[in-house]
Ligand binder design. Structure first.
Ligand SMILES: NC(=O)C1=CN([C@@H]2O[C@H](COP(=O)(O)OP(=O)(O)OC[C@H]3O[C@@H](n4cnc5c(N)ncnc54)[C@H](O)[C@@H]3O)[C@@H](O)[C@H]2O)C=CC1
Ligand SMILES: O=C(O)CCC(=O)C(=O)O
Length: 528
């Protein structure tokens, strides 16, 4: 029975989708050690930001295929460990954009008009109208750090509020900024000159403590800082100090370096102009339904053997590409598997050459499929599209890609894999014929034309009379049935390659006898 584990609160619509294909267990708030002790039983794990999916948890899994993060940030998942283990990680990149952007705007307005503190005061029976005079957003300078999906929507709403919107994002072009009506600015200037600064970037080693004491000191005395992105981007000690000493005008923070917020946090000791919310950016009914459905559909699809829409750890393999490249991926994987058996020994380099029509396709998926095939004899079902590149890299296999648009020998073009390793250089080329059939069109540069079959035997020999007959009799004596035979040679009576498709695997003692036949120099059984 396929089993899915949910460890954070997920909208019922997502649970209903998963229940169609699996047994769904909900263990909300489970500890890390408990999770590590039960994860071996599950095919899929669905979380929000409350669960830390550590390397230990991932490595304790036995049949886990997918981790679904119902939200954007995957910083609570050890994606590298998941990739190494071949576990797919998916998220919902757009499901909570509006919710997070609206929470940011709400924070800006609440901060500007003292709403939380005025509310508490009024409930205490006070009527402090003078004390809570605020300021307008109209015509104020807003600095948006990170112009992705959320930053962009914040900019759009801020423009509607007639704020002057500035932005910093190293990956956004000036044309795009112009479309968004955002003036690009240097980060330093943005902090120095903005009345409001809002953060909408991921937490990475580069962005950690991006907002530190030096930056806070550079801001205007009445500037306000909003963080609805990720904890750890702001140095919380420094922020508390800056607020306590009125170095800035206020802050509104939704996300923290450690969540739930530690009771010792210096932020809890700040008594002015600070609004804290418990990571509520995505907490709207609409967003929770969006992300739950988005991620549950992807988990369901992957459990049914289909591909995921937004996988975090298989770049370049969207479902559209997977569908349109199906035969090409199958060819690349088959050729990778074939060449690994032809090469034997350690491989140091794989060259992937696309020719003719193949050049039109993205090469990355074909490389991943070739690597999957290449490593699958060694790693069995531990290798998949998720971890193929990483496994190759960790084995010291470098990949070189080349493209050749010249008129191909075969109308549909070809893919050629060449390995360089302990046993020298080997190559296999393949193509896809009009009927969609996969063909191997050369082996070690000898032209052949064979359909890959489950069992094959590839021999190298001197082209001379009698060899084919002797090999045929030897196989017959061992009850190995030959389905087809092809000889590829470059010159008459020179070196040649023989490719046999056989119905049964070759017994080991038969291989030794084959190598005793005069003229045969190598004999490689292949199982595809
Ligand atoms: N508080 C909450 O509940 C929620 C928080 N988030 C968080 O909000 C953040 C933004 O989310 P999205 O807009 O959906 O992501 P996104 O991926 O669409 O945008 C992130 C942007 O940050 C930019 N960026 C990366 N490094 C940068 C740097 N050093 N300086 C400036 N910009 C940089 C990227 O180029 C990108 O444009 C993420 O950290 C996400 O986890 C998202 C949803 C809800
Ligand atoms: O799951 C949540 O509520 C948090 C959402 C979030 O932080 C994200 O999507 O990155």
């Amino acid at each position: 029975m396929t089993k899915v584990l949910i460890t954070d609160p997920i909208d019922q619509k997502g649970i209903d989708i998963l229940s169609q294909v699996a047994q769904v267990d909900q263990k909300i708030g489970i500890s890390n050690s408990e999770l590590a002790s039960i994860i071996h039983d599950y095919d899929a794990l669905m979380i929000r930001s409350g669960t830390q999916v550590t390397g230990d948890i991932i490595n304790s899994s036995k049949k886990l295929r997918i981790i679904g993060r119902a939200g954007v940030g995957v910083d609570n998942v050890d994606v590298k460990a998941a990739t190494q283990k071949g576990v797919l990680v998916v998220n919902s990149p757009g499901g909570n954009t509006i919710a997070a952007a609206e929470h940011t705007i709400a924070m800006m307005l609440a901060l500007s008009r003292n709403i939380p503190i005025a509310n508490s005061s009024t409930f205490l029976g006070k009527w402090e109208r003078k004390k809570f005079v605020g300021n307008e957003l109209f015509k104020k300078k807003l600095g948006v750090v990170g112009l992705g999906k959320i930053g962009t929507h914040v900019a759009k709403v801020a423009n509607a509020l007639e704020m002057d919107v500035y932005g910093y994002d190293p990956f956004v072009s000036s044309e795009r900024a112009q479309q968004l009506q955002v003036r690009l600015s240097e980060l330093k200037t943005l902090f120095e000159e903005s009345d409001y600064v809002t953060l909408h970037l991921p937490r990475t080693s580069e962005t950690e403590n991006l907002v530190n004491m030096k930056v806070l000191k550079s801001m205007k005395k009445n500037a306000k800082l909003i963080n609805c992105a990720r904890g750890g981007i702001i140095d919380e000690e420094a922020l508390a100090e800056a607020l306590n000493n009125s170095l800035i005008g206020g802050a509104a923070i939704d996300v923290f370096a450690k969540e739930p917020l530690d009771s010792n946090s210096p932020l809890l000791k700040v008594d002015k102009n600070l609004i804290l919310t418990p990571h509520l950016g995505a907490s709207t009914r609409e967003a929770q339904e969006n992300v739950a459905v988005d991620v549950a559909e992807q988990i369901r699809d992957v459990l049914l053997g289909l591909s995921a829409r937004t996988a975090v750890n298989i770049p370049g393999l969207s479902p559209d590409i997977m569908d349109s490249l199906k035969p090409h991926l199958q060819l690349a994987e088959t050729m990778g598997l074939l060449i690994s058996q032809l090469s034997g020994g350690q491989i140091q380099k794989l060259e992937v050459r696309l020719q003719g029509e193949f050049v039109q396709h993205p090469s990355q998926p074909l490389i991943i499929a070739s690597l999957k095939g290449l490593l699958s004899k060694a790693l069995g079902d531990r290798i998949n599209y998720v971890n193929a590149s990483l496994e190759a890299e960790s084995r010291g296999i470098s990949v070189v890609e080349s493209k050749d648009e010249a008129r191909p020998e075969f109308a549909s073009g070809s893919l050629q894999l060449t390995t360089f390793g302990d046993n020298g250089e080997h190559s296999v080329a393949g193509s896809i014929f009009a009927d969609g059939e996969l063909r191997i069109i050369s082996i070690d540069q000898y032209p052949v034309n064979v359909s890959p079959s489950r069992f094959m035997l590839i021999t190298r020999h001197r082209d001379m009379p009698g060899i084919i007959g002797k090999l045929g009799s030897l196989l017959g004596d061992h009850n190995v049935n030959i389905a087809s035979m092809q000889v590829g040679r470059k010159i008459v009576r020179g070196e040649a390659v023989m490719v046999l498709s056989i119905d049964d695997p070759i017994p080991t003692n038969l291989l030794e006898s084959i190598l005793e036949v005069e003229g045969i120099t190598s004999s490689d059984p292949v199982t595809l």
